[in-house]
Write a new protein. Structure first.
Ligand SMILES: [Zn+2]
Length: 145
């Protein structure tokens, strides 16, 4: 089930993954893109910050569902747990990743016709450089790869 949520200022949208449908989409109370997050005071009890984006969770709902469906102790359920374990997290590595990949790859695919050997080398270089860049940019999901 694909859940797309628009940020509070309305400029951006992000697809979410709700692992095993343990939590309903309503667990995500609000989404703030790097623009609208600047006007939000960060509360680590209910929010996770990922490279300028903020996801705000309904922690009461999250705890209720996680205790009931997963049998976990309520104190284990934190915003970091919901994000890192995939129960309410980006579907991609970061919002907009698939779009970025598409446009970045187009340039490399153009090489395929000219020089297939170089194409595979370029593709490998690109994939490695891309992952290094995402780590350096600080995306939370890239840190564990
Ligand atoms: Zn926004």
């Amino acid at each position: 089930m694909e859940v797309r949520i628009r940020c509070e200022c309305g400029a951006k949208e992000a697809p979410f993954n709700l692992r095993d449908n343990i939590l309903p989409p309503e667990v995500i109370v609000a989404l703030y893109c790097p623009e609208c997050s600047q006007h939000v005071s960060f509360d680590k009890a209910t929010m996770i910050l990922d490279n300028g984006w903020i996801i705000e969770y309904d922690m009461d709902l999250a705890r209720f569902m996680a205790v009931a469906k997963l049998g976990l102790p309520a104190e284990k359920i934190t915003p970091a747990f919901l994000f890192d374990e995939g129960y309410a997290t980006w579907k991609e590595l970061y919002p907009g990743e698939l779009e970025d990949i598409k446009s970045e790859k187009e340039a490399i695919v153009a090489i395929l016709k000219e020089d297939p050997h170089r194409y595979f080398q370029e593709l490998k270089n690109w994939a490695n450089a891309r992952m290094e860049r995402l780590k350096a940019e600080g995306w939370r999901k890239a840190q564990s790869i």
